[in-house]
Ligand binder design. Structure first.
Ligand code: CA
Length: 227
């Protein structure tokens, strides 16, 4: 499981708890403590799922959700809302604004994990599968191994993450910036050229003589896993 989760929450202990536990499961977690900051971040680096607190210092979670669902490229991201008991009766309002599911505080971490998994499964099954394939290529997330035509291929950790990401949405073209955001995240001192270097290494590893090339360069746009 390597989906990107964006957490919008202003209570530090909850941020720490969720970040620690979700990262342990293999998710990548970014967070913001206000609605404003969250929307800016989410637009720049589109997550696979959003965990959104109802009570935030600036907007309400409902308001944040409404804004997200108004933006075309963001509206399909599932939103899991955290509510306090007293807000329970407002759930209808939440569903109307596009919230996909709820967890009531105080929650157990296990409950969050279950909801996260089921939302991701509903929206994009490939995100939580242990194995993804494209043509004769296979990524095994449990053993962290890659196979081409049933033969294991050795790649470095960055190339693994790159292919693991690309194979979730074959044929979709990603810009260098999108790849940087998704694979290197908030690491600084990484430039667009770095993407080219790792794509080149990945290509070299997975291209086998006699078999079709599986990474396409789309001029001035980026790269995709394609035939
Ligand atoms: Ca709060």
């Amino acid at each position: 499981m390597s989906a990107n989760i964006f957490l919008v929450e202003d209570e530090k202990p909850i941020i720490t708890l969720l970040q620690y536990n979700l990262e342990k499961e293999g998710y990548k977690v970014n967070f913001a403590e206000t609605g404003e900051e969250a929307i800016q971040n989410i637009k720049k680096n589109i997550p696979d799922l959003i965990i959104l607190d109802w009570m935030l210092p600036d907007f309400s979670g409902i308001e944040v959700c409404k804004q997200i669902k108004k933006i075309n490229k963001l509206k399909s991201i599932p939103v899991l809302m955290l509510t306090a008991k007293s807000e329970e009766e407002d759930k209808v309002r939440g569903f109307e604004s596009g919230v996909d599911d709820y967890v009531t505080k105080p929650f157990s971490y296990k409950e969050i994990l279950l909801r996260v998994k089921s939302l991701l499964k509903r929206i994009k099954p490939s995100l939580i599968e242990d194995v993804s394939t494209f043509q004769d290529l296979k990524v095994d997330r449990i053993t962290k191994r890659i196979y081409r035509a049933d033969k294991e291929i050795k790649v470095g950790p960055t190339e693994f993450r790159l292919l693991d990401f690309l194979i979730k949405s074959p044929q979709r073209v990603y810009s260098r910036e999108q790849l940087l955001n998704n694979i290197w995240g908030n690491e600084i001192n990484v430039e667009a050229r770095t993407v080219d270097v790792h794509i080149r290494r990945l290509r070299k590893a997975i291209n086998i003589e006699g078999l079709p090339e599986l990474i396409r360069t789309v001029r001035s746009s980026g790269y995709s896993l394609d035939i």
